[in-house]
Design a protein around this ligand. Structure first.
Ligand code: NDP
Ligand code: 2IT
Length: 442
């Protein structure tokens, strides 16, 4: 049996109860074969065994009190996956679905994504099964403080630097930063996505969505196409979705859909983003309210945004939100490009369908790397004790996304097919980390 297949078997046996993690591992292992099989060093150094097993996984109890005075307990996670090229770096997710499999898939993907940015950051991820929906400000603060009370033992500006993800934005990062400072008495860039008055970077809020649209534009241009005048379907209405929509509109596209976990809106005139931002960023409400406020819009509480005809699809909600049926519908409607804003939003079968129909497909590790890239720029600014302007960070972000596109596309051309960006991103991300691991010994 070949080395890759042996490792795959061992990893599957050891993680039989972790479907999301295995989905992410299978995708990487199935695409890096050309490089792994052309160099014995990977096997001699057990690189695949080591890259698929986290350096450490921390699980802990988070006690907090609700507004009725009841003591509640959630489970917290921080997976420090790989620090070959820099301190562990990756977001924190607060969502009731969070479990070890989900945090491990996210931490594993983060290794390759962070490598692609070209910046010195390793891979990690954390979170909790706490559900922030419907909680009061006080409950959120109490939870965040309790979460950080334990997490603070394991992180640090040169060790592990968490940030936001689903359910964690500026408010939660602020409470966690405050608690870290109280416990440690150190003012350092231990979290990114901080507020602008205490070490946050301009453009971090926008970075993931903007970066997604920048790389999709790079991909379209490289294939003789453009973004101007195109119709875009977006899922989600959180941080990534909102700023992907904003940048797509700024570049002359029309965004016609957005969604949340209850349903989705279709506005054939083009989404009014001020209304969405008021509902989501100010009122923390449901996307349904958009259709109450904007006459041209329809609200649907069943089905998915992918049934709407579009040229470009940007899944920006969560994992496995776009399956093979959705992919077939999009292909039938003549979609030309898909860019993954969320992490692993397309199922394996959906990706295969896009690739075999010649739809340009930019995978999450490359497509949503703009967020963590600007997080790394926030770390640089914190170390330098200065702040760059919005335009300065935005220009760097554009350059980083162009660099990611070029690395991904070059690796695809060398090892797979010119537009196989899935293989390209995995191979380019892997090579840098594996080379560093070999150089550093076991
Ligand atoms: P937010 O919490 O800001 O928004 C998440 C959005 O997705 C909400 O509209 C939410 O709806 C929807 N959603 C979440 N879970 C589900 C679900 N199970 N089913 C249907 N809809 C769901 O998170 P972000 O925008 O930050 O994150 C979105 C995706 O982007 C995630 O996959 C995340 O890992 C990824 N990502 C985020 C980065 C960042 O910088 N924030 C960087 C790179 C990737 P509802 O409000 O109803 O839950
Ligand atoms: O998935 C991701 O890349 C993030 N949630 C952002 C991580 C970060 O450290 O900014």
């Amino acid at each position: 049996m070949k080395y890759i297949d042996e490792v795959r078997q061992t990893v599957a046996a050891r993680n039989a109860d972790q479907p999301e993690f295995m989905q992410a591992v299978d995708e990487v292992l199935s695409t890096i074969r050309p490089v792994v099989e052309s160099n014995d060093l990977y096997k001699q150094n057990a690189i695949l065994e080591r890259i698929t097993e986290p350096d450490r996984q921390i699980m802990f109890r988070i006690p907090w009190t609700d507004d009725k005075g009841n003591l509640r307990v959630n489970r917290g996670y921080r997976i420090q996956f790989n620090n070959a090229i820099g301190p562990y770096k990756g977001g924190l997710r607060l969502h009731p679905s969070v479990n070890l499999s989900i945090i491990k898939f996210l931490g594993f993907e983060q290794i390759f994504k962070n490598s692609l940015t070209g910046l010195p950051i390793g891979g990690g991820k954390g979170g909790s099964d706490f559900d922030p929906k419907g909680k009061s400000e006080r409950e959120i603060r109490d939870f965040c403080q309790s979460f950080m009370t334990e997490l603070s033992r394991h992180i640090g500006a040169d060790t592990d630097v968490p940030a936001g993800d689903i359910g964690v934005g500026g408010r939660e990062i602020g409470y966690m930063f405050g608690q870290y400072k109280r416990i440690k008495n150190i003012y350092e860039g231990v979290l990114t996505g901080k507020g602008l008055t205490y070490g946050g970077s301009l453009t971090r809020t926008e970075a993931t969505g903007y970066g997604l649209v920048y790389i999709v534009e790079n991909m379209l241009n490289a294939n003789g196409l453009g973004i101007k005048g195109k119709t875009v379907a977006i899922s989600g209405s959180g941080n990534v979705a909102i700023y992907a929509a904003q940048k797509a509109m700024q570049l002359g596209a029309k965004v016609v859909t957005m969604s949340d976990s209850n349903g989705w809106i279709y506005d054939p005139k083009g989404i009014d983003l001020d209304v969405v931002r008021d509902i989501k960023e100010v009122k923390r409400g449901r996307i349904k309210e958009y259709a109450d406020r904007v006459k041209s819009a329809e609200y649907h509480d069943s089905g998915r945004v992918w049934q709407v005809k579009c040229d470009i699809a940007l899944p920006c909600a969560t994992q496995n939100e776009l399956d093979v049926q959705d992919a077939k519908q999009l292909i039938a409607n003549k979609v030309i490009a898909v860019g993954e804003g969320a992490n692993m939003p397309s199922t394996t079968e959906a990706i295969n369908a896009f690739q075999s129909s010649d739809v340009l497909f930019m995978p999450a590790k490359a497509a949503n790397a703009g967020g963590v890239a600007v997080s790394a720029l926030e770390m640089s600014q914190n170390s330098l004790r200065l702040s760059w302007t919005f335009d300065e960070v935005d220009e760097r972000l554009k350059g980083i996304m162009k660099g990611i596109f070029e690395k991904t596309s070059d690796a695809a051309k060398t090892y797979a097919k010119p537009t196989d960006y899935v293989s390209g991103a995995n191979i380019a991300g892997f090579l840098k980390v594996a080379t560093a691991m070999i150089a550093q010994g076991v």
